[in-house]
Ligand binder design. Structure first.
Ligand SMILES: Cc1cc2nc3c(=O)[nH]c(=O)nc-3n(C[C@H](O)[C@H](O)[C@H](O)COP(=O)(O)OP(=O)(O)OC[C@H]3O[C@@H](n4cnc5c(N)ncnc54)[C@H](O)[C@@H]3O)c2cc1C
Length: 474
């Protein structure tokens, strides 16, 4: 399906839209246009014809109806952190949810109703007031919507599952402009698809989450020099099978930035870091973690009791804004000595000090207690997720960084599962969909797309295409 360009619409048509909005309409040439189209990944530089910065559900419905009636390419912007840049389009209309930051918490029922403009940092900041927390992402600035609709790996994932495993319902504006509530009891087919392929079926205007008593956790980084990386990864592998579900952790390889939080002698040092969040009784956490923290000894052991809201921001410095990004990710088939050697060897030649390698231990906990086909997200049995977040500052370095990432990826192939967490990769297209969704899940998603979005209005995402026949008649 092709879309009309906005410049073919008359001014009066756009004025009519403006008159219906409570939020703002931002167009090329307006002050604020460049800010509004900027995403986390500066490699993406798209110029939409209209940005509707929605103030509420009515604006979302109005924008969806306007886009459909005028045959416009549509992008939906939540937190703007997808590395593919699907939150922005060229020439079309962007439904920007970043100002919709409403939150209601029921501390007794342990429920939170979250609007799509909230980030994980904002949500967990407010939940902390009640000693509660949500799985979230590992850093604070990612958006609640995109992260949840594709999966949601965060600091409570082994104890409480993915962000989408904690969803109880969503309010969603579908392509025909209806506002539906999808849950286990209403539009349950849609609720199933939203949990893993959510951007395909509409615009979610509210998320109802289960949230959990968290309060104080034992968390922080344990920092080692890079020349100990192989040993640190082996220790991680040795302890992972017995790690209690209260522990969500990973190992990162990165370069220490020149921040006051770090001693000057560490600035610019390549390091291997165990990142830890133990959300259970502190003495039990201390006991399990003692040999891991004492190993080495490390350059620094910063693990300490802290509020969960502090954990939510503790890794922010590792992924700062202002960089061009190219990411590759897959679950690991094995963290063998061969995989460890390949990781360490390639990181030693990393072209950019902003690039990070992540090996997360997500498995063996709550994710695996949900059936593989119970939600559209189906990769629930893998122990480790592997991620390379290449990031650099200058366009002149694009080719060098992308080439290094791809070469590293080829070398890692023997150790990678054909299973990808869709939110973590710059890859797109049919091959990715095969790796991201189980075969029967893919079939079911196409049927769902035929039912809820037969003309593929929502296609700036990891797109499930409807069958061509489903699109006629409009
Ligand atoms: C620095 C960084 C750190 C990250 N850390 C983590 C992490 O710890 N854990 C993790 O699981 N992932 C992480 N991610 C990946 C993250 O899950 C995705 O980038 C996710 O898309 C971010 O959500 P967003 O709302 O910010 O994205 P956006 O780019 O705004 O949206 C992503 C996709 O969802 C669609 N979308 C957004 N809002 C809605 C809505 N309300 N209704 C329907 N569709 C919508 C968009 O159209 C787009 O297709 C990280 C990414 C970055 C760049």
């Amino acid at each position: 399906m092709t879309s009309r360009e906005i410049q073919h619409l008359g001014e009066s048509v756009i004025d009519e839209l403006r008159a219906t909005l409570r939020g703002d309409l931002i167009r090329p040439g307006d002050s604020g246009y460049d800010d509004a189209r900027r995403l986390h990944n500066l490699l993406i530089d798209r110029r939409p014809g209209l940005i509707v910065r929605c103030a509420g559900v009515a604006d979302v419905i109005g924008a969806v109806n306007f886009a459909r009636r005028n045959d416009l390419l549509v992008a939906v912007r939540g937190g703007g952190h997808s590395v593919t840049g699907n939150a922005m389009c060229d020439g079309g209309i962007v439904i920007d949810l970043s100002r919709m930051k409403g939150l209601r918490v029921d501390p007794v029922a342990r429920r939170a109703w979250v609007e799509p403009g909230l980030t994980w940092g904002e949500l967990n900041h407010d939940l902390q007031a009640f000693g509660l927390g949500a799985t979230g992402g590992y850093i604070s600035v990612t958006g609640v919507p995109g992260l949840t609709l594709g999966g949601g790996l965060g600091w409570l994932v082994r104890k409480h599952g993915l962000a989408l495993d904690n969803l109880l319902s969503v309010d969603i504006v579908t392509a025909d402009g209806r506002l539906l509530r999808a849950s286990a009891d209403e539009h349950d087919d849609l609720f199933w698809g939203v949990r893993g392929a959510g951007a395909n079926f509409g615009v979610v205007t509210n998320f109802e989450f289960k949230v959990h008593p968290v309060g104080t956790v034992l968390a922080g980084p344990v920092i080692h020099p890079l020349d100990r990386a192989k040993d640190v990864l082996r220790v991680f592998r040795e302890y992972a099978p017995d790690a209690p579900e209260e522990l969500t952790w990973g190992v990162l390889l990165f370069t220490i930035p020149a921040l006051p939080a770090f001693p000057p002698q560490l600035h610019g040092a390549p390091v291997v870091v165990a990142t830890i969040c133990y959300a259970g009784p502190l003495p039990a956490g201390e006991a399990f973690l003692r040999p891991i923290r004492e190993f080495g000894p490390p350059l620094a052991d910063l693990v300490q009791p802290m509020p969960y809201s502090a954990v939510q921001v503790m890794a922010d410095f590792v992924w700062p804004k202002g960089y061009r990004n190219y990411w590759k990710s897959s679950f690991l088939r094995e963290l063998s000595d061969g995989a460890i050697g390949t990781i360490v060897e390639h990181f030693a030649r990393v072209p950019s000090p902003q690039t990070v390698i992540v090996i997360d231990h997500n498995g063996g906990g709550a994710i695996g207690r949900v059936g593989a086909e119970d939600t559209a997200f189906g990769h629930r049995d893998w122990t480790y997720n592997f991620l390379v977040t290449s990031a650099w500052g200058n366009a002149a370095d694009d080719q060098r960084n992308v080439a290094w990432t791809r070469e590293f990826w080829s070398a890692m192939r023997p150790f990678l599962a054909d299973a990808v967490y869709i939110n973590y990769t710059s890859d797109q297209g049919a091959d990715l969909l095969k790796s991201a969704y189980l075969p029967r899940v893919r079939q079911r998603l196409v049927a769902l797309k035929n039912r809820y979005d037969p003309t593929n209005l929502f296609r700036m995402n990891h797109n499930i295409e409807p069958d061509a026949a489903a699109a006629e008649p409009r």
